[in-house]
Structure formats: structure tokens, C-alpha cells
Design a protein around this ligand. Structure first.
Ligand SMILES: *Cc1c(COP(=O)(O)O)cnc(C)c1O
Length: 386
């Protein structure tokens, strides 16, 4: 019987932690109430669970509970935050600054706004995947209402210079939105101290359930305003109507509590495993690490395999290890990663780059297995090429 592949695609999604699932289960059956039912005990139990989760989520990122709006995930949170702000600040300006390496949730949202009159500047990145704070500062005009720069990149793990970005945003009085989906729960992050105005993130990237996430919106210093994008019953203080997904929200809260408690220990373990995977592959193969010159998330490595045929490599290796290429896998004819291309990686090499993302359940034995899988696959390819 064929063994299932070893999972090294934790940036795509993570399994639900069993401790998270356990917290969720009663809210499907016994405590099934609607959190908006204010006049009976069923509603109160659900509302209590949501309040508790809101505290847990806020605590992980250094926010107040009232600054958290629950959504269906990071995509919705990015749409709500960016479109909602564009509408709310229409009287002030129409210019938004972002980077070429953002996730589609941000890039496509901004593309949509361009059709509605937004002017969008897409900052280039250097070979390591970093934007230049000087270029950011120079791009700001009197019309600039928003800077949208992700905290850490999903494909490369590259962490942007958020302290500089935030300082510039504050000096110029421009609101800073960050897609924190890959950073939250993985590295220490404090929205209050770091001057972040809005942040989108998602439960399923941090061992919570799929279909729930949050938008953090700063309430003071300065207060950030948005216009709701979903009309209805006025849930989430009118910012996101629709009956709350109580089981998922309770699980999201637990996932955040666990992330805060275990982050330091897990980071230490995973960075050692990541470094071993990376250095062994680099020693054995003709390979380079995309983003190696930048600060990176401790559990991610994006490796370019030189002289390989990208899609064939991915297909062969996927039988043994579940990894990903940055390409848009939704299309029949996969495009090379827009993130790697923006970093100046050439087309062929971008296609033969693989992302290895480790996670909470990754073991040393799995890393051994992954190293051997890469080795064997590449040796087979080279045999064929001879
Ligand atoms: C996964 C991801 C998203 C989308 O999150 P969903 O909750 O699945 O909508 C957005 N941005 C980044 C950086 C991601 O990794």
C-alpha cells in the first residue's frame, strides 16, 4: 500500500489541533444558540463563547477585544478592510500603496478598486523580497489613504521591515493595513506597539478551523473607520452582518490561546528542522534559497532547484512529500509565482522552486524522509537527462 505523502505544506493550511476541535464540538449540538439571541440562555451561552474567543484572539496580537471583527477568513477580512477604508476615506484621497509580492486577496481587491477610481502604486521588491522603506516614503502623496503591505510572505516566508513601514506611515499620517495571515501565531506580533491600523488573519493557518478569520481595526491613536461591505442584521457592531459561526469562532479563540502559549518552543524546534532541511539540500543539490537574504519565518523555506523542469519535479516529488510551488494552481497552464518573478527570479527557476512549510506536527523523521525524497527524485531526473 502506498504511504500518504509527508505534509510540508503548512502555509497552505494546517490541521485543526485536537484541543481546538474539543472546544468547538459542544457548540454544534448542545450549545447551538445564536449569539445574537439576546433574550434567552441559548443565545447567552453562544454569546459568552464568542466574547471569550474575541479576548483570546485579541490577546495574541496585542489588541483590545472590541477591535476584532470576525469574518470568514483572511480573504474576506482583506476585502472588508481595504474596500471599507477606500469608501470611508473617499473624501480624503484615492491613492493606495502596496507591494508586488502581496497575496491575491490583497492584489485582486486593489485591482477591483482601481476600476472604481483608486490609484494604486505597487512597490517593487529587491532580490530578497523586501520593499524599500525609502521608496515607500517617496511614493506617499497628499492623496494616499492606505499602505497595504503584508507582514510575512506566504511563499517565501520573507518578513517585511514592518517597524520602518509603520514609522513612515505614522509620520505621514497614512493608515497601515497588513495581511498578517502567515505571521500571526508564528512570530511575536503586537498591533498596538507596532502601529498597525488594520490586520487580516485566518484561523486555518494556525491550527484552527477553516472558514473563520478576523479583521483587526484600530480604535484609537488613530481610530480607523471602514464602511461595512455586507448589509444585514448589524452583527459585529454593524461591520459584518451575518449569524456568527460560533463553533469556528470558539475554535479560533482556542487556537490563538495555544499559539501564544507554545510559540516560543515550537519556533525553536521548527527553525532547527528547517535549517537542517535547507542546509542538507543546499549541500547536496544544485539549489538556492529564494529570499535567503531577508529575515524569514522560522518554519518556511522556498528552494529553487536549478536545471529542473518545474512541473515534472513537483509532480514527481508530490507522491512522497506534500509541498507547493507558488504557481497559480487554479489554472490549467500554471503560471510561475508572481512573488518569485517580482524578486527577479527568472521564469524557469521560478517554475522549479518548491516551498517547504513545516508545522506543529512535523517530526525529525519526516525531515529525513523529505531530504531523501528530494535526493531520490533529483537523482532520477539526472539519470534520465544523461
Ligand atoms: C492563506 C492566506 C490568505 C487567505 O486566507 P483565507 O482565510 O484562506 O481566506 C491571505 N493571505 C495570506 C498571506 C495567506 O497565506
Amino acid at each position: 500500500m502506498q504511504q500518504p505523502p509527508v505534509y510540508l505544506d503548512y502555509n497552505a493550511t494546517t490541521p485543526c489541533d485536537p484541543r481546538v476541535l474539543e472546544v468547538m464540538l459542544p457548540f454544534f449540538t448542545r450549545h447551538f444558540g445564536n449569539a445574537a439571541s439576546r433574550n434567552h440562555a441559548f443565545g447567552w451561552a453562544a454569546e459568552g463563547a464568542v466574547d471569550h474567543a474575541r479576548q483570546q484572539v485579541a490577546a495574541l496580537i496585542g489588541a483590545d477585544a472590541q477591535e476584532i471583527i470576525f469574518t470568514s477568513g483572511a480573504t474576506e477580512a482583506a476585502n472588508l478592510g481595504i474596500k471599507g477604508l477606500f469608501e470611508a476615506y473617499a473624501g480624503k484621497g484615492n491613492h493606495i500603496i502596496t507591494a508586488e509580492t502581496e497575496h491575491k486577496a490583497v492584489l485582486d481587491t486593489l485591482g477591483h478598486l482601481e476600476k472604481q477610481g483608486a490609484s494604486v502604486t505597487r512597490l517593487k521588491v529587491n532580490a530578497s523580497g523586501l520593499i524599500s522603506p525609502d521608496e515607500l516614503e517617496a511614493a506617499i502623496t497628499a492623496e494616499t489613504i492606505l499602505i497595504a503591505i503584508m507582514y510575512a510572505n506566504n511563499e517565501t516566508g520573507v518578513i517585511q521591515p514592518m517597524a520602518d513601514i509603520s514609522r513612515i506611515a505614522q509620520e505621514k499620517g497614512v493608515i497601515l493595513f497588513t495581511d498578517g495571515t502567515q505571521a500571526v501565531g508564528k512570530i511575536p506580533l503586537n498591533v498596538q506597539q507596532e502601529g498597525i491600523g488594520m490586520m487580516a488573519f485566518s484561523a486555518h493557518k494556525l491550527y484552527g478551523p477553516k472558514g473563520v478569520g478576523a479583521l483587526y481595526i484600530r480604535r484609537r491613536g488613530p481610530r480607523v473607520k471602514i464602511i461595512a461591505q455586507m448589509d444585514g442584521g448589524g452583527h459585529e457592531r454593524g461591520m459584518r452582518s451575518g449569524t456568527l459561526n460560533v463553533p469556528a469562532i470558539a475554535g479560533f479563540g482556542k487556537a490563538c490561546e495555544l499559539a501564544a502559549a507554545e510559540m516560543a518552543a515550537i519556533t525553536q524546534r521548527l527553525s532547527a528542522m528547517r535549517d537542517r532541511l535547507e542546509s542538507t539540500i543546499l549541500a547536496r543539490e544544485h539549489a538556492t534559497v529564494n529570499g535567503s537574504g531577508a529575515p524569514r519565518l522560522p518554519h518556511v523555506t522556498n528552494i529553487a532547484f536549478h536545471g529542473m523542469q518545474g512541473d515534472a519535479l513537483l509532480r514527481a516529488i508530490s507522491r512522497q512529500i506534500a509541498v507547493s510551488s507558488g504557481s497559480a494552481c487554479t489554472s490549467a497552464n500554471p503560471e510561475p509565482s508572481h512573488v518569485l518573478l517580482a524578486m527577479g527570479v527568472e521564469d524557469e527557476l521560478a517554475r522549479s522552486s518548491l516551498r517547504f512549510a513545516l508545522g506543529r506536527y512535523t517530526t525529525d523523521a519526516e525531515i529525513d524522509f523529505a531530504i531523501a525524497a528530494v535526493d531520490n527524485t533529483i537523482r532520477e531526473f539526472n539519470e534520465i537527462l544523461k
